[in-house]
Design a protein around this ligand. Structure first.
Ligand SMILES: Nc1ncnc2c1ncn2[C@@H]1O[C@H](COP(=O)(O)OP(=O)(O)OP(=O)(O)O)[C@@H](O)[C@H]1O
Length: 234
């Protein structure tokens, strides 16, 4: 459904992505995995059209990424995109204005599930609560494509588990496609359907998690060690 056709992305002399071809399946949870600087965020930004390929093309359902196509995408960026003066509800109203697929009932439900209060000020909440707030805004839309860039980064194990639970709670298998970039392979191993391992802008291994595990008789974490050496890069 999300197709990368011979995509290269250069930043000056750096080749962030080097001739990538990949078809991310519809209705699945796909993990983009790899060490720092391997090209994960670059792939996400190309899908959102925040960046353009230097060569090659990225298509969604065979179409270039037009404004219309972008409306189908909910994107959780790696960086903190909130203004410090905002309360969670201000951030919500901001997103709600832009997207017709906003679901207020889902929002209310997720707010409780994530143990957040919409009157919490962004400036005052913890890093984990901010991570949950970002997730809340991405998942309160009925988007059929959800892109999560490092949603688990730098937060404690309990919050990570809550975030993973949120991901799968209302997941519409077969309809909704989730792409997640992360280093936390151990925690998402049981959640993702497909894995794509990146190294220096190239895909070094990809496939269905079940098939990869069965073929090599290794867990994803062990596979990661095989692909990246001792895994210290993570
Ligand atoms: N705006 C930019 N200008 C210059 N170089 C960039 C830019 N964005 C990314 N790069 C370079 O492109 C390469 C891939 O970066 P990218 O952020 O996609 O990796 P990543 O796998 O998401 O890393 P991380 O896990 O650290 O977020 C890196 O070498 C990075 O330094």
């Amino acid at each position: 459904m999300i197709q990368f056709n011979n995509v290269t992305k250069k930043y000056g002399k750096t080749r962030a992505l080097d001739d990538i071809s990949l078809d991310i399946g519809k209705g699945k949870i796909t993990g983009l995995l790899g060490p720092n600087g391997s090209g994960k965020t670059t792939m996400i930004k190309l899908i959102t059209d925040l960046n353009k390929p230097s060569s090659g093309e990225v298509l969604i359902d065979q179409e270039p990424i037009t404004q219309e196509v972008k409306k189908r995408i909910a994107y959780l960026p790696e960086i903190d995109h909130f203004y410090p003066w905002m309360k969670i509800k201000d951030a919500k109203n901001f997103v709600k204005t832009f997207y017709e697929d906003w679901d207020e009932i889902l929002y209310e439900e997720l707010l409780g599930f994530l143990e957040l209060d919409e009157n919490m000020g962004i400036k005052k909440i913890s890093k984990g609560q901010r991570a949950k707030a970002k997730l809340l805004l991405a998942f309160s839309r009925r988007a059929d494509i959800i892109l999560l860039d490092e949603p688990l980064s730098g937060i404690d194990i309990f919050t990570r588990e809550k975030i993973i639970e949120t991901m799968i709670k209302d997941y519409r298998e077969g309809e909704q496609s989730i792409v997640i970039t992360t280093h936390e392979i151990k925690e998402i191993e049981h959640v993702i359907d497909d894995a794509v391992f990146l190294k220096q802008g190239k895909i070094v291994l990809q496939g269905e998690v079940e098939a990869l595990r069965a073929e090599k008789n290794l867990s994803l974490v062990e596979l990661m060690k095989e692909v990246y050496g001792d895994g210290k890069e993570f």
